[in-house]
Design a protein. Structure first.
Length: 305
């Protein structure tokens, strides 16, 4: 993508700021954020920052491409405030799409979730049956159904939903501001580097498809370039347990910090995730380039410096 005007909602957040900074090298980029889950300190000087909410009128949607990443993006947030979660995640999506379409933008890529797949050790394809086990799942699946409607109703509009798997970068990147909402790779590395034991739920055998944010950014860019519609997984197709993750972090840091284990405190806890990425690969040629071993090395590098 070169020479476009691009809007990234949630643009000062973790994934949004990485995307905005990447695109700003060759495009005119506006990062819109209300400051709740993002910070403008994540953004490069080449990115225009607009403090606003996705529920506002008169959003800066006179652009060529909209990346709608703004969301209340955790189960906990929706449990604490379900009405606000539904408003932001569904009504906010509708508001952005309607304003963008009215302003002539015909390419929209939005954040969805892989958590609705539930717990699976086998790679999860996009066409499998889904269940809204949490309010967060329900809100993001609602977003997908509205996108389906828009793709069917407007011939000139393409909406593509991205089901992110376990995205990480590390506190040396743009993830530190998330604190307890940061990826476990980043949280555990911070603790181990400071000699503290990370707390693992259960016996640590749960698995995640850990995907580096640089691969996510490439996937988002290629999705817009191909003007895709529908939903697509962005993951690696490989899963690592939390125990394996802690071992990799210790090896990379040259430490030997043992984790602590606690009972799983949640109902409907997703124990295992793994992406089937064949659909996005067949549509665009995208494949992840950063192995988890290399990704962990990147996360721990600032602590060795």
């Amino acid at each position: 993508m070169d020479g476009n005007r691009v809007l990234v909602t949630g643009g000062a957040g973790f994934i949004g700021s990485n995307l905005a900074n990447h695109l700003a090298a060759d495009n005119d980029v506006v990062a819109l954020d209300n400051g709740y889950l993002g910070t403008p300190e994540n953004l490069s000087e080449d990115v225009e920052y607009v403090e606003a909410d996705v529920l506002d009128d008169d959003l800066p949607t006179d652009v060529d491409v909209v990346y709608h990443l703004a969301a209340l993006s955790s189960r906990q947030m929706l449990e604490e405030n379900p009405r606000e979660g539904a408003r932001v995640n569904i009504e906010g999506f509708v508001n952005v799409v309607e304003q963008a379409h009215a302003d002539g933008c015909d390419t929209i890529v939005y954040a969805s979730t892989s958590s609705a797949y539930g717990s699976r050790t086998e790679p999860s394809p996009e066409d499998m049956d889904l269940e809204a086990a949490t309010g967060y799942d329900a809100s993001m699946l609602g977003r997908e159904r509205y996108a389906e409607y828009y793709n069917n109703f407007y011939d000139d509009l393409s909406c593509a939903g991205m089901r992110f798997f376990s995205v990480y970068q590390g506190y040396g990147g743009n993830e530190a501001h998330k604190g307890e909402y940061a990826n476990t790779v980043s949280q555990f590395t911070e603790k181990i580097a400071n000699g503290e034991s990370p707390v693992l739920w259960g016996d640590g055998s749960q698995t995640r498809d850990f995907t580096h944010v640089d691969d996510i950014v490439r996937g988002l860019v290629t999705t817009a370039k191909h003007e895709l519609t529908g939903v697509y997984n962005l993951g690696t197709g490989e899963a690592y347990s939390f125990n394996e993750m802690v071992e990799l972090i210790n090896d990379a840091l040259g430490t030997d910090v043992e984790p602590e284990y606690e009972p799983i405190p949640l109902e409907n806890y997703v124990h295992d995730t793994c992406a089937d990425i064949s659909k996005i690969t067949e549509a665009t040629g995208w494949e992840p380039q950063i192995s988890f071993e290399e990704g962990v090395e990147r996360v721990v590098a600032p602590y060795r410096d």
